[in-house]
Design a protein around this ligand. Structure first.
Ligand code: SAM
Length: 278
């Protein structure tokens, strides 16, 4: 019998993936964690039935949420990741020689354990000596941090349950305080096709806190609508181009290049309209 994994994306939209093998399932304190092998996208991690990452397309999201802020910063040394328990963002951060310390703040220890066991291609840098993993709520953690990080990346689940508070103005104000004087942050801000209201509200809140606010896009086939948005907030630098294009082209990637960095900020008209009339 054929087996399928389904993600109910909205009440009117469902995406199905044919499964070759069921790998793991458990219920943690925070969510249901499932790992399956799919025929189209390879191994997949789902949390509460929502696709988080797949081995075949994860590089787009992880490279774009990481290298855009890190290459837009002249000298990123300390970086924090909120969420991101699969380790994909950390794997990309440690490609930057300037980075001395990475703090990953993930609320659910079980996600990190499962990723280390079943998704080694993605979680492979979590034991790097520059990386510290904290199992705590990112909202509470950042409230206590001042002027500490050059870059902060919010690699969160959708705004449901513990991630709800990662999409609000008070949280972005904590991010602002936790950044150094020329700090940059990026958050995943959902789909411009399917989750327009979340995108608009997150963008509006970030723009109320950060003097420089920019939205950019990348295509992630397994996420709702395919086209995905990221919003960067910056204290001083603009983020629309890498500081050093040669350096940006020198690391090994599958999606990110200096040219893609710049192109990602060219927005289709309907997306411009979303953020201009929030
Ligand atoms: N790339 C993914 C996406 O867009 O679907 C997100 C990947 S990552 C697995 C998301 C992580 O955020 C989850 O492991 C979840 O436990 C974590 N998370 C949710 N709320 C959090 C919070 N308040 N503090 C820290 N981590 C949180």
């Amino acid at each position: 019998m054929e087996k399928w994994a389904s993600e109910v994306q909205t009440k009117n939209l469902e995406l199905r993936f044919r499964i070759s093998e069921f790998i793991h399932a458990e219920k943690s304190e925070f969510q249901e964690i499932v790992v399956v092998d799919t025929l189209e996208f390879g191994r997949m991690l789902l949390l509460d039935g929502i696709v988080q990452t797949t081995v075949n397309d994860e590089f787009v999201y992880h490279e774009m949420i990481t290298h855009v802020p890190l290459f837009a910063h002249p000298n990123p040394r300390k970086v924090a990741v909120i969420g991101g328990g699969d380790g994909g963002v950390v794997r990309e951060i440690i490609k930057h020689d300037s980075v001395e310390r990475v703090v990953l703040c993930e609320i659910d220890e079980a996600v990190v354990r499962v990723a280390k066991e079943y998704l080694p291609e993605i979680s492979c840098a979590l034991d790097d000596e520059r990386v510290e993993v904290l199992f705590t709520d990112g909202i509470e953690y950042l409230k206590k941090v001042q002027n500490e990080f050059d870059v902060i990346i919010i690699d969160s689940t959708d705004p449901i349950g513990p991630a709800k508070g990662l999409f609000v103005k008070d949280f972005y104000a904590s991010v602002y305080s936790a950044l150094t004087g020329n700090g940059i942050f990026v958050a995943q801000t959902e789909s411009p096709f399917v989750f327009r209201d979340i995108l608009k509200s997150a963008y509006r809140s970030i723009a109320q806190v950060f003097p420089v606010t920019r939205l950019y896009l990348a295509t992630v086939p397994t996420y709702p609508g395919g086209l995905w948005s990221f919003t960067a907030g910056s204290k001083t630098h603009d983020v629309i181009a890498p500081v050093n294009e040669k350096l940006a082209d020198s690391i090994t990637t599958k999606y990110y290049t200096a040219a893609v960095h710049k192109a990602a900020f060219a927005l289709p008209k309907f997306v411009e309209d979303l953020i201009e009339n929030p």
